[in-house]
Design a protein around this ligand. Structure first.
Ligand code: ADP
Ligand code: NA
Length: 350
């Protein structure tokens, strides 16, 4: 049986926001209690948009500081940056030769990011999910906490694992590298696990504060659309106060949020930050106006996020410490990744 292992990554591009926190970091922290975890700053992924980032090292430290400030323990778990473990790139190349072009062409994130002029997007942007599959499978990770936007990439990761397991089943068995796993009702044997995304929670996709139909994103030009992890109390309160809403009072039951994207988003954020269900939030706030709810949400957000921002500032003041954490993490990650790659090379005859 595979030992359960958690892997996830965050790109070192721009400020982390509340969506990243609730969709990813908060889950990373919770999973430490029950699982062995590997958390990665995926700097190679950031090359798919722009090859040269003048501040890549700075951004990598900033994401690392956010991991640590949120409560990830780099001694019990592994924190590192992707480019320091070249086995990710090596396995990605193997996966480029396993995956089919048609699979990549279907990825909605590729279509969004490439825009109209798809022929001029980088080949790296197209192959991004193949590198992401390698990030996960080079550790044979079984669970990946991510936001809802990554669901399709996780499905592709399973497709790649499954095709590799099928294509090389004879060699995997002959070399004794297969491991039994449960897939639904079936027991199957293979080399790579069929990794499961961990997407559940009260908000799997935090939406923009200005437009309930768009996800909160680093790349949104409006700073009012997102709460950054580094925002101070004033900025957090101001953004929540200005958040778009409808004119109705809050419903007293979850079903009443249907068709009200802004209400759904703000109630979901409250619920995720407070660690209570949406029903519990509505038991308190049902029938009340947003003018009552928003100050309570702002207070809660400040209470939960300010300590993280403070810790980020404290940790960021010591770049040598952060670099030490990354170096130590890379050493431990490399050992695990190389153990997998030794077997992969045997399986494919390299
Ligand atoms: P971004 O999507 O802002 O460019 P990344 O791609 O580095 O950031 O995503 C880091 C993690 O944060 C991923 O697990 C992603 O699913 C999650 N995430 C990003 N935006 C949101 C959001 N609005 N709601 C929930 N999770 C999100
Ligand atoms: Na994303």
């Amino acid at each position: 049986e595979f030992k359960e292992l958690v892997f996830s990554g965050v790109q070192p591009t721009g400020n982390l926001h509340l969506g990243n926190y609730l969709g990813a970091l908060q889950k990373f922290v919770a999973l430490q209690e029950s699982h062995e975890c590997i958390y990665c700053v995926v700097d190679l992924h950031s090359l798919t948009a722009t090859l040269v980032h003048d501040d890549l090292a700075e951004q990598t430290r900033s994401i690392t500081a956010a991991f640590l400030a949120s409560g990830i323990d780099p001694k019990k778990h592994i924190v590192f940056n992707q480019s320091q473990v070249m086995q990710h790139a090596e396995l990605a190349w193997v996966f480029n030769c396993v995956a089919r072009i048609g699979w990549m062409n279907r990825m909605t994130q590729f279509k969004d990011k490439a825009g109209k002029d798809r022929e001029n997007a980088s080949l790296g942007l197209l192959a991004y999910p193949s590198l992401m599959a390698a990030d996960i499978l080079v550790y044979r990770a079984t669970h990946v906490p991510v936001g809802d936007d990554q669901k399709q990439h996780l499905e592709l990761t399973r497709d790649i694992a499954q095709k590799f397991n099928n294509d090389f089943s004879g060699r995997i068995a002959a070399l004794g590298h297969g491991i039994d796993m449960q897939v639904g009702e079936e027991k199957v044997s293979g080399f790579f696990p069929l990794t499961e995304p961990l997407i559940e929670g009260p908000v799997t996709r935090v939406m923009s504060l200005r437009d309930g139909s768009k996800k909160m994103s680093k790349s949104d030009p409006s700073d009012l659309s997102r709460i950054n992890l580094t925002d101070d109390a004033d900025a957090i309160s101001r953004k929540i106060k200005k958040a778009k809403t409808d004119p109705e009072a809050l419903p007293s039951e979850v079903a009443g949020l249907e068709g009200r994207p802004e209400a759904q988003n703000l109630v979901g954020i409250y619920s995720a930050l407070a660690g209570v269900t949406r029903a519990e939030v509505l038991a308190d706030f049902g029938g009340r106006q947003f003018s009552d709810f928003k100050p309570a949400l702002a207070e809660l957000a400040v209470e939960k996020l300010s300590p993280i921002a403070g810790e980020m500032r404290r940790i960021s003041a010591d770049p040598a410490y952060i670099d030490g954490v990354l170096r130590d993490g890379a050493g431990r990650a490399r050992e695990k990744a190389e153990a997998t790659m030794k077997m992969v090379r045997e399986i494919i005859g390299l």
